[in-house]
Ligand binder design. Structure first.
Ligand code: AMP
Ligand code: ZN
Length: 661
């Protein structure tokens, strides 16, 4: 039984990693940090090792992440391009070395190189002339990017070497150039790149090489693929490349002992901020090529090299001020305004402080020197204060007693850490509440976003959520940037939103603690708004998933006259407040379900529970008895198998959600 879950977890991990591979390598738009990504891969590796029966050859642990985009021009590599194994601790480096020491009597001398955070590239030369340049692709074949590569001046067109030669390295954007490009993009209203690596990856695949030429890409080389030259060490290889005119790294170390390696890694981890380019670690390579050959490769990376990955970069800067933002539920969040500082790929000038307790924990004073990291390298966070550098006259940061926008005294929920402005008419909350109401997961009014809401509120065309349904469009037409077409579209979107599903409308009301899932449960339980408004706390508590906190919040919300008025006005406008009730237990009762692909609304275990709770049966393979196959993103072979069986109904996650609500 447990094995079933393991198999499921392996498949889920595999699909998740493949999704992130695409985001990273093809779209140059990752949504998780490298560290988080590496953790997923390590978990999958460990499971596959422990349960080899579930290992598949198509696993991302067996292949390099592919950057090949559909429709691009592809060329095969003459020799395969590999990825690199990595470790986040010296323990992992130590075990890497121990494995190698089984093959040698002496300490294996290592070459230590910066791990450039760029985009890998392969150049092919014949008769001393560059023939083409390709990306790593899937490791076997890459995308032809010759035209773009030729815009990089440091890449030699001709070399004094007639034999066929594949040269490998990295293209990257120096930090200064990255910042220049981002400033330019911000000015032109374009979205800035998240970090230099993404910028380089995005640039190299551009169709317009004149734009590529304007971005001053640089290159560094450290490896060869196919070659017909005798090379006996990595040292010699680097000299060979250097002599042919390829840029190589200026910071190469020799590891003759473990402490050499440690010192080089630690040294650069501290100094990396001084480099004009980004590195995310140190690559440790066995120098002796005879030994390299003996060690060979795994299905994905050389066994003679490992990348020591750095921890999230820490930077010190000055706390200039603290702002307090009021969210839609009235929660007040402190935000630190910082002296802009460059950290892990971008310039940071704000960091979240979460709540009043966090300010206390840090013992934050205005003007403090603070240390920040990007947790998961995405959201900046203050981790500590350098109290020794504090000025004697510095004033402690004091969480306000009243709402910074409307002045209402803030209240802290009992036992909680969050302070709330409980004024339902607070203008800051109003803006956020309308944004929330109109958002995709709620009522979904396309076109009614932050800016337009601000504009409509500012001109008093709306004053609250219910006013959306009585907008004076003639007045709106007089506003700036409001063309006939966009007003027509908005009208349609607003009309359409009236028929939105009840649980989404309920979610849109923005009741504290009532998230999308709770709204779904409530809608299903009560069927419509009226009985919910009359329900007692005890009645809410009878619902399995509803606890004390949510129940109290619901009772408070429905007791509030503003909420009641809002609901009445929405009803009057014709907004749907009734769930389409399908007798749940009847639809799923006794039916057999199977899931494939990555789900967005459920975890694998979550959907199982849901199916079973409603009387369905979950099975682990496609068979003649299967009734429904729920298909997520990147479905596996189960889908093809199921499609061949007439009996099986294929459901999207949305279809399934509809079935159960
Ligand atoms: P990954 O992208 O996680 O597969 O890491 C492996 C990649 O690191 C290689 O494909 C190279 O593009 C890159 N890399 C950066 N610097 C070096 C270096 N000094 N030696 C080898 N690979 C490097
Ligand atoms: Zn307020």
């Amino acid at each position: 039984m447990e094995d079933l879950f393991i198999e499921e977890e392996i498949e889920a991990l595999r699909l998740t990693i493949e999704k992130h591979n695409k985001l990273y390598y093809q779209d140059a738009a990752p949504v998780i940090s490298d560290t988080e990504y590496d953790l997923l891969v390590k978990r999958l590796q460990a499971l596959e090792e422990q349960y080899p029966q579930f290992k598949v050859t198509a696993s991302p642990t067996q292949a390099v992440g592919s950057d090949l985009a559909p429709g691009s021009s592809i060329r095969a590599h003459k020799m395969r391009m590999y990825s690199l194994d990595n470790g986040y601790s010296f323990g992992e480096i130590q075990s890497f070395l121990s494995r190698i020491q089984k093959e040698t009597t002496t300490f294996p001398v290592c070459i230590l190189e910066h791990k450039f955070d760029g985009f890998s590239i392969n150049l092919y030369y014949e008769n001393g002339t560059l023939q083409y340049a390709t990306t790593r692709g899937d490791g076997y074949e890459g995308e032809d990017v010759t035209e773009n590569i030729l815009t990089i001046p440091s890449i030699p067109r001709n070399i004094a070497h007639q034999l066929p030669l594949e040269v490998r390295g990295e293209i990257y954007l120096p930090i200064a150039e990255f910042q220049r490009i981002n400033d330019e993009r911000s000015e032109q209203g374009e979205k800035p790149f998240a970090n230099p690596r993404n910028a380089a990856a995005g640039t190299i695949k551009l169709k317009d090489k004149t734009i590529v030429a304007q971005r001053k890409l640089e290159a560094v080389f450290y490896s060869v693929g196919m070659h017909e030259t005798e090379l006996s060490s990595q040292d010699e290889l680097l000299r060979f490349l250097d002599q042919l005119g390829f840029p190589i790294s200026k910071n190469i170390g020799h590891g003759k002992s473990f402490s050499d390696i440690k010192n080089f890694c630690n040294g650069w981890e501290t100094k990396r901020g001084q480099l004009p380019y980004e590195i995310d670690g140190i690559v440790i390579k066995i120098n002796d090529m005879a030994l390299q050959q003996k060690l060979g490769f795994t299905s994905k990376s050389p066994k003679w090299a490992i990348a020591y990955k750095f921890k999230a970069e820490e930077k010190a800067t000055i706390l200039l001020d603290v702002d307090y933002q009021v969210g839609r539920t009235g929660a007040v969040t402190p935000v630190a305004r910082l002296k802009p500082v460059y950290v892990s790929g971008s310039t940071v000038s704000n960091a979240t402080l979460h709540n009043a307790d966090e300010i206390q924990r840090l013992d934050l004073h205005l003007g403090d020197e603070v240390v920040i990291i990007k947790s998961g390298e995405i959201i900046p966070k203050i981790i500590r204060v350098i109290a020794e550098h504090r000025d004697e006259t510095a004033v402690p940061v004091k969480f306000p007693a009243s709402c910074p926008v409307c002045g209402t005294p803030l209240e802290k929920e009992s036992g909680g850490v969050v302070h709330y402005c409980n004024n339902i008419a607070c203008p800051a909350q109003l803006q956020r509440r309308i944004e929330h109401f109109a958002s995709r997961d709620a009522v979904d009014i396309d076109g009614l976003g932050e800016a337009l809401i601000r504009q409509l509120l500012g001109h008093r065309i709306i004053g609250g959520i219910a006013d959306i349904y009585s907008i004076n469009f003639a007045e709106m037409a007089k506003l700036e940037n409001q063309g006939e077409k966009s007003i027509e579209n908005l009208k349609t979107a607003i009309e359409k939103s009236k028929d939105q599903k009840f649980h989404k409308i309920l979610f849109g009301l923005g009741i504290r603690y009532v998230g999308a899932k709770t709204a779904r449960i409530l809608a299903q339980h009560f069927g419509s708004i009226k009985p919910m408004m009359q329900a007692s706390k005890e009645q809410f508590l009878e619902i399995h998933e509803i606890g004390e906190k949510i129940a109290q919040s619901l009772v408070d919300f429905f007791a509030d006259e503003h909420s009641r008025e809002l609901i009445q006005r929405l009803l009057d406008a014709g907004v749907n407040m009734t769930a389409e009730v399908t007798r749940k237990s009847e639809t799923l009762q006794g039916k057999r379900f199977l899931v494939t692909g990555t789900l967005t609304h459920f975890t694998r275990n979550g959907i199982k529970e849901e199916i079973e709770k409603q009387g369905g049966i979950t099975v682990s393979a496609v068979s003649g008895k299967l009734d429904y196959l729920i298909v997520g993103e990147n479905p596996g072979s189960k889908l093809q198998k199921a499609q061949k069986l007439q009996r099986v109904t294929i459901l999207s996650e949305e279809d399934f959600l509809e079935m159960i609500t």
